[in-house]
Design a protein around this ligand. Structure first.
Ligand SMILES: [Zn+2]
Length: 252
């Protein structure tokens, strides 16, 4: 089956605009837990970065421009950004996997910690010797250096299931509340998130998702859009059987 020429051109144009790449996940989690292949979904990370879109990248402009009569708060208004979309694979939020699978993942994570503890004991007695510091700044520098030298702990929630930041598709995180069903008010079908609006692109727990091209110390990387909705994250869910059914919002 041949693709129409214009769809190939669109695909090429889309690819040239992708200038971010997520580092490979630290573990191929589907190789460890085959059952997770049934709980995977692609997400398109948008990787917004401050900037003004080029005129040629903007498609047909709607007239009149839809605008809400009032935005309410400054945190509801995004900073102009350029997007660098990229597809990643996500896995279902831990609390929504079956009990058996959740237990197996917890045991596997514990076994990883066990390996790290074993490594620590090989450092010798010096690593546990009490140290004294002339000033708080010295103490702070020493603990920061020790933290940087530690291998990052890998866990399912932070590194292997859901990508942080603005994204289309994928799964919803329920890290602040217990998972809640999001069903279509008209036909009762489960509604996946269409768009996730996030207050940050990366935090201490999700550093492994930081694009290779970016620097974690750059505020334009960590909070490029400047929005703060809900307690940091808003999702727009749509009905997969009929997009004209009313959408729903969830917050974390
Ligand atoms: Zn519906």
């Amino acid at each position: 089956m041949s693709e129409p020429a214009d769809s190939i051109a669109a695909e090429q144009s889309w690819r040239t605009r992708m200038s971010r790449s997520t580092p490979p996940r630290p573990v191929d989690i589907e190789a460890v837990f085959r059952a997770l292949t049934a709980h995977r979904r692609t997400a398109t990370r948008l990787h917004p970065r401050p900037g003004v879109p080029r005129a040629e990248d903007v498609g047909t402009v709607l007239t009149p421009q839809p605008e809400p009569p009032v935005a309410g708060r400054v945190e509801c208004v995004p900073t102009p950004c350029v997007l660098h979309p990229e597809q990643v694979v996500e896995h279902q939020y831990l609390g929504l996997l079956g009990d058996d699978l959740q237990e197996q993942i917890a045991e596997w994570e514990e076994s990883l910690l066990g390996d790290e503890d074993a490594d620590d004991t090989e450092d010798g007695p010096d690593s546990t010797a009490p140290a004294s510091y002339a000033s708080y700044a010295e103490y702070e520098a020493a603990t920061a250096a020790a933290r940087a030298a530690e291998p990052d702990e890998i866990d399912y929630m932070s590194d292997l299931s859901l990508a942080p930041g603005w994204k289309v598709g994928g799964y919803a995180s329920w890290h602040l509340t217990d998972p809640a069903p999001v069903d279509c008010p008209r036909c009762a079908t489960s509604m996946p998130p269409l768009l996730t609006v996030d207050t940050g692109e990366c935090d201490g727990g999700s550093r492994s998702w930081l694009p290779l091209e970016d620097d974690a110390d750059d505020p334009g990387v960590i909070d490029p859009v400047g929005t703060y909705l809900g307690r940091g994250q808003m999702r727009i869910h749509i009905c997969p059987t009929d997009p004209t059914h009313p959408h729903r919002l969830t917050f974390q």
